[in-house]
Design a protein around this ligand. Structure first.
Ligand SMILES: Nc1nc2c(ncn2[C@@H]2O[C@H](COP(=O)(O)OP(=O)(O)O)[C@@H](O)[C@H]2O)c(=O)[nH]1
Ligand SMILES: [Mg+2]
Length: 320
């Protein structure tokens, strides 16, 4: 389906801008509370917690193991784009509707104490009144979503935003572990995160577009979801029924990030008449964040509709 005109009778929220199917990376390959410190400050770790000194200096030192054949959903977004909070909010929602969400302990080597700790603390973190702060940053996590009887549905990967897109070095090769994930035989879903009015300037947004457009062509068969995060920060783009105006948000993103959707246009002359793009587009909000005097953020989860629609999109890609 192509972008529809807005229609107040339709929330503009439940329909897909694009749908299922393989994508076309058209371009050829060009390329919980109460945690114990003593953790160094994030700044002292190059802004990324959960990495050893060597890994901070060279992300290519990072070793990950994905042993489960379940589809891998990669949360692809810049630093502070809301990857962790999306993971937490989705976990809360999935648990509420009967799924189990469990960190995959074998994803990182056993000597990685920080990873071991955040795996253990993950349930507490997901139900904390506060957003994760400096000592509890989840920058690296593979969580498995299991159905009621323990069957894996998919695995969600969150990793440091800098490894996907580093504004200081936008053309940098992906670290080895991401390249490895690109080679897995697991089905893959790329969840590309965008935001309205994001980035310091147009140059930065253009660089992010380039990064996505230059993804290797061997990912052509992977599935794609674009999620527009932090929609709550733009109350002017909501409909009278309190739902975000999905079609307008889609247009805003298309304008903010020129060309971002081009590689994913449906080139089939017949099906493109009713489905212009080979991806789903989901507006998302994790909730509200209120700063405290002590420098933390009280986190109030948002409406279920957001994780519900995100999960619907994920299910469609992993099952489709
Ligand atoms: N208003 C709003 N702010 C958000 C939302 N999600 C995240 N944030 C803010 O962005 C910050 C970074 O989010 P986080 O999930 O840690 O980003 P990550 O670096 O991509 O994992 C949070 O501390 C919040 O202040 C959201 O849905 N709405
Ligand atoms: Mg994070």
């Amino acid at each position: 389906m192509a972008e529809n005109n807005n229609n107040q009778t339709n929330s503009g929220f439940t329909s897909n801008i694009g749908e299922e199917n393989s994508l076309g990376f058209g371009t050829p390959p060009s390329g919980g509370p109460g945690f114990t410190p003593p953790q160094p400050e994030p700044e002292k770790q190059g802004g990324i917690i959960g990495l050893s000194d060597n890994e901070i200096k060279d992300p290519n030192e990072i070793v990950v193991t994905v042993s489960d054949p379940a589809p891998v959903v990669v949360l692809f977004g810049a630093r502070t784009s809301g990857k962790t909070m999306a993971l937490i909010r989705l976990t809360q929602y999935l648990e509420k509707i009967g799924y189990q969400v469990v960190p995959n302990k074998t994803f990182r080597p056993a000597y990685d104490n920080h990873y071991e700790r955040i795996c253990k603390e993950y349930p507490k973190l997901c139900h904390s009144k506060y957003a994760p702060d400096g000592n509890n940053v989840i920058s690296f996590m593979l969580v498995k979503v299991l159905d009621k009887i323990g069957r894996p549905i998919c695995q969600l990967l969150e990793a440091p935003g800098e490894h996907y897109f580093d504004p200081n070095d936008p053309q940098k090769q992906f670290p080895t572990y991401i390249t490895n994930i690109m080679q897995l035989s697991n089905k893959r879903v790329w969840m590309f995160i965008v935001e309205q009015d994001w980035g310091s300037d147009q140059v930065m947004r253009d660089m992010y577009v380039q990064r996505i457009n230059n993804m290797p062509a061997n990912l052509r068969r992977d599935k794609i979801i674009f999620t527009c995060h932090k929609v709550d920060e733009h109350p002017q783009v909501f409909l009278g029924n309190g739902m975000p105006n999905k079609n307008q948000i889609f247009k805003n993103i298309k304008n903010d990030y020129p060309g971002i959707f081009t590689p994913f246009e449906n080139r089939n002359p017949i099906t493109r008449l009713f489905r212009k793009y080979n991806f789903q587009f989901v507006p998302f909000s994790a909730g509200a964040f209120t700063p405290t005097d002590s420098g933390r953020q009280v986190y109030t989860p948002g409406q279920d509709i957001y994780p519900k629609l995100l999960w619907k999109a994920i299910l469609k890609t992993v099952k489709g």
